[in-house]
Write a protein that binds this ligand. Structure first.
Ligand code: ADP
Ligand code: ZN
Ligand code: ZN
Length: 765
């Protein structure tokens, strides 16, 4: 190829391959088709390509077309072929993902492919652009529906088809009516419908027949929130929707989705966990003309990809997804909602570490649309943005409808006789509520039977051989389990050390509470909700159903209880033991504890019945509990924010955490020590300087380095873990520092067994 043609704009292709590599690579376009008449397909950013890479081939994404390469063009390889006719990611998607990879210092290839359905990481074609559909035949359109009286499902399906003369995708039908293959077969056999092919990117026509339920009339606060966000449609405007549990936030989301849809815009609704909130999905489906496209990791790969295509083709009006949905291509995106924005699971904790909440705000900014962060217990970061008026602050201080706010009281259990961990006062209140036909919720944030198994003779304690942690006893399964690495062993009959037989169980988890409650409350329906009882598919839904039907009077469980479920019959909540978390080392522990208390509290008294919350503690004077009870969450948060400011912690500074782990403690700390020297050297501009004074000069650049120190649990899964903290009062400075530092870190020689990762804006320290 003559060198001149290399200079032509677009003759160098910048490609990110599906591999954890920081860089993209330059390639040459494929040769034109040899028959001379087939048009060469056009090359567009966002297209998937197959490229030679190392010894093999990789799938890549075309990032951009350039005129020149930094490398010798003669040494560039040629891409093998284009995988799709059209880009799988649009220009706006590429911009967001590249920004994210850059901000979080993560490999661009990994970031790009985390935005795509798993199958597209391989050289498979995207699903057929045409999707199978069905439409009513003339006979089907004119049939007297009464003749289908005995076949309600057929009637329902045909009625729907009649409202959509252009046909409906089979996948959409299934999403709306549940599996309906048999019904389709019957209708087809009777000549009432025919199959057709529908354009995947066809126009979005809400079914006129599907009447979205009108919903309640909004109260003044809801109406004001709706008005302010709606006024912002069409441009970037961030909001905090700060509303107590049951204040009608979801109702506001639904109205906002409708307002966006009326302008032809798609809405992206991000939630921390979908598996735990089937109710939200049902509610959206029953209120909106089109069922939401649902995206989360619990779905079968095919379902997930179909939902992804509905979103990416613009057909889906609403996309409901967990954190990775923040990257889903949405050509008509006009509104982003993040529910439970304080929830830690919005942050990905491994691999590509990003915050879906923060990226949602960034995405809204890039697209130019409103973003609403909703919570009853906003994160201190978001609350600070609202207080300083960077975000609009929408408040829903009252419960919607008739529900009233529960009263919370502290119960000092020092010197109190306890049964099953319950004080006499709490037991009495439980009896009263149950006798009145109400339900009681008990919150104990520890699963298993007992957190400690010990030998009364010699003091042996069951510990994990791989972690600095004790083994939890699971009695029903007769095993000891490490909740940190998953290691497990059968329950010993005798002490492994002294062969003594007096093994004792200390402490109480939900399994034990469940067992001990039964004799205390004979004949009372008791259900336990934790990861052990809900492991099997469908089990969570079954338990929730039992509670809703009133077959259960006492519901006990872990923090799964705090996540979004409605328990309208619950009038009393007992919080059994949060004392440990009052004194945890993580600076976010108070915030998380307060959120947990308020979220659990929010489960009580949702309907007409007033609720009551009893918090058992041995530290009734603790300032966190005091401020929470006296001033509510916002009062607590104001105090906590003042403390953060004092201590120069987020949101008043910005953090990055370099974590390292290795089979030997020295390997991890040696790496971090080296990392620290490099950090100090960067401040100097070179690394040969004597050590004295370097830390000070690093600080002068606006960046501080703390550590290395052992991780809170130093040994985990047989590996020693340590960390180095980087702090800066200004985000741009931290970013500038990390850009240089991360490159230098990657250039360090690899020690055996060492793994490290950089976490920007870490959530757990
Ligand atoms: P949140 O999402 O804040 O927990 P929801 O939107 O789920 O609140 O509302 C809580 C309950 O109140 C629901 O049963 C909902 O149907 C009802 N509700 C919401 N808004 C209103 C309103 N304006 N009038 C009457 N009931 C309402
Ligand atoms: Zn012993
Ligand atoms: Zn372990």
């Amino acid at each position: 190829m003559p060198p001149a043609s290399i200079k032509k704009p677009g003759s160098i292709l910048r490609v990110a391959v599906a591999a954890p590599l920081m860089d993209a690579f330059d390639y040459l376009p494929p040769p034109p088709a040899s028959d001379g008449c087939t048009a060469t397909p056009s090359l567009l950013p966002g297209q998937r390509v197959l490229v030679p890479f190392g010894q093999g081939r990789r799938v890549g994404i075309l990032l951009e077309l350039r005129a020149t390469s930094d490398q010798d063009p003669a040494r560039l390889k040629t891409i093998e072929r284009l995988l799709d006719a059209r880009p799988v990611l649009g220009a706006a998607d590429l911009t967001l993902i590249r920004w994210a990879a850059d901000y979080y210092r993560q490999p661009i290839g990994e970031a790009l492919f985390s935005a795509l359905p798993a199958r597209l990481r391989r050289a498979t074609p995207i699903l057929d652009e045409q999707v199978p559909g069905v439409s009513a035949t003339v006979a089907g359109r004119t049939l007297d529906l009464e003749t289908l009286r005995r076949a309600p499902k057929q009637r329902e399906l045909l009625t729907l088809l009649r409202s959509r003369p252009e046909g409906i995708a089979v996948a959409d039908l299934n999403a709306r009516l549940g599996p309906c293959a048999a019904t389709l077969r019957s209708l087809r056999a009777r000549g009432l419908l025919e199959t057709c092919r529908l354009a995947a990117a066809g126009p979005v026509t809400p079914a006129p027949g599907a009447t979205a339920g009108p919903g309640p009339e909004l109260n003044a606060d809801q109406a004001e929130a709706l008005r302010r966000v709606t006024a912002g449609l069409g441009g970037f405007s961030p909001f905090l929707l700060d509303g107590v549990t049951g204040s009608g936030k979801t109702e506001v989301y639904i109205r906002l989705i409708e307002a966006a849809a009326a302008r032809g815009a798609q809405t992206l609704l991000i939630v921390p966990e979908i598996g735990l909130t089937p109710q939200l999905r049902e509610r959206l489906s029953s209120r909106l003309p089109d069922p939401p496209a649902v995206l989360h990791s619990g779905l079968a790969a095919g379902d997930r990809e179909r939902a992804w295509h509905r979103a990416a083709s613009g057909r889906a009006g609403v996309v409901l997804g967990t954190r990775s949905a923040v990257f889903v291509p949405l050509p008509r995106l006009g509104l982003i909602l993040v529910d439970e924005e304080h929830d830690a699971s919005l942050k990905q904790q491994e691999g590509f570490r990003y915050s879906a909440r923060d990226l949602a705000v960034r995405r809204a900014q890039l697209v130019g649309c409103p973003v609403v962060l909703g919570s009853a217990t906003p994160s201190l970061e978001t609350l600070n943005n609202a207080q300083t008026e960077r975000y609009g602050w929408l408040r829903l201080p009252q419960r919607a409808g008739a529900a009233c706010t529960p009263r919370t009281s502290l119960l000092d259990i020092r010197n109190q006789p306890l049964q099953a961990g319950l004080s006499a006062v709490l037991r009495e209140e439980m009896r009263t509520e149950i006798a009145a036909g109400n339900q009681v919720l008990l919150f104990l944030n520890r699963r298993g039977y007992a957190p400690v198994l010990t030998c009364h003779a010699c003091g042996w304690v069951g510990e994990c051989p791989h972690c600095d942690a004790r083994l939890t006893l699971h009695l029903a399964r007769r095993r000891l389990w490490c909740h940190h690495c998953g290691w497990t062993r059968p329950l010993p009959d005798t002490c492994p050390d002294c062969k003594g037989t007096d093994l004792r169980m200390l402490g109480r988890g939900t399994e034990r509470l469940d067992e001990e409650l039964r004799p205390l409350f004979p004949g009372v329906g008791i259900a336990r909700l934790d990861r052990d009882t809900t492991r099997r598919r469908g089990e969570l839904a079954r338990l929730l159903d039992e509670v809703r039907r009133g077959e259960v009077q006492i519901l006990l469980g872990t923090q799964m209880l705090a996540k979004g479920h409605d328990f309208p019959g619950v009038t009393l909540v007992g919080i059994l033991d949060l004392d440990q978390s009052l004194y945890a080392s993580d600076f976010r522990a108070p915030e998380r504890t307060a959120q947990l208390i308020v979220q659990v509290t929010g489960r009580a008294g949702r309907a007409e019945r007033p609720g009551r919350v009893v918090l058992q503690t041995r530290h009734p004077e603790h300032p966190l509990l005091q401020s929470l009870l006296r001033d509510g969450y916002t009062g607590f948060a104001t105090t906590a924010l003042a403390e953060r400011r004092e201590a120069e912690l987020p949101p008043f500074s910005h953090l990055a955490l370099l974590r390292a782990e290795a089979p030997a403690a020295e390997t991890a700390s040696a790496f971090l020590n080296q990392a620290r020297l490099i950090a100090e050297g960067l401040a100097e501009g070179h690394t040969e300087e004597a050590a004295e004074g370097r830390a000070e000069r690093l600080a002068e650049t606006g960046v501080q380095c703390y550590g290395p120190v052992p991780a809170p649990m130093e040994r985990r899964g047989g590996r020693y873990r340590a960390q180095l903290l980087i702090q800066s009062p200004q985000r741009p400075r931290l970013q500038r520092f990390l850009a240089g530092w991360s490159v230098a870190l990657r250039a360090l020689p690899r020690s055996k067994g060492l793994r490290w990762s950089l976490d920007v804006d870490p959530q757990d320290m």
